[in-house]
Design a protein around this ligand. Structure first.
Ligand code: FES
Length: 105
């Protein structure tokens, strides 16, 4: 497992995704009730890397391309069969830390 500091906690704004690139992999960050969640930015449907541009509501992110939706806490789709890769994320000393070598799923 490797940890990467990707941005400050303040850069992740509730209701909006933030894209970061870690070790060549695009990751979308979201903040829900003060907690940071990190998911792959690549939608399983047609592999567009646009999840950070999607609409988020009640913890569910909707891909802006064709509307597949996923719970950012689990990666499980709420309206299709796909599942997003999720990563462990935490805030240490105001910085968002991602564990990139050990995806949760
Ligand atoms: S690429 Fe995301 S729904 Fe099609």
């Amino acid at each position: 497992m490797a940890e990467f500091s990707v941005c400050s906690d303040e850069e992740v704004i509730t209701g909006r995704g933030k894209k970061v690139i870690v070790d060549g992999e695009e990751i979308a960050l979201f903040k829900l009730d003060g907690t940071i969640y990190a998911i792959s930015n690549m939608c399983p449907h047609q592999k567009f890397q646009k999840m950070h541009e999607g609409m988020i509501e009640n913890g569910v992110i909707t891909c802006p391309m064709h509307g597949w939706a996923y719970d950012v806490r689990t990666g499980v789709s709420t309206n299709a069969s796909g599942k997003l890769k999720i990563f462990t994320a935490e805030v240490k000393r105001g910085k968002v830390i991602i564990q990139i070598d050990s995806p949760v799923q």
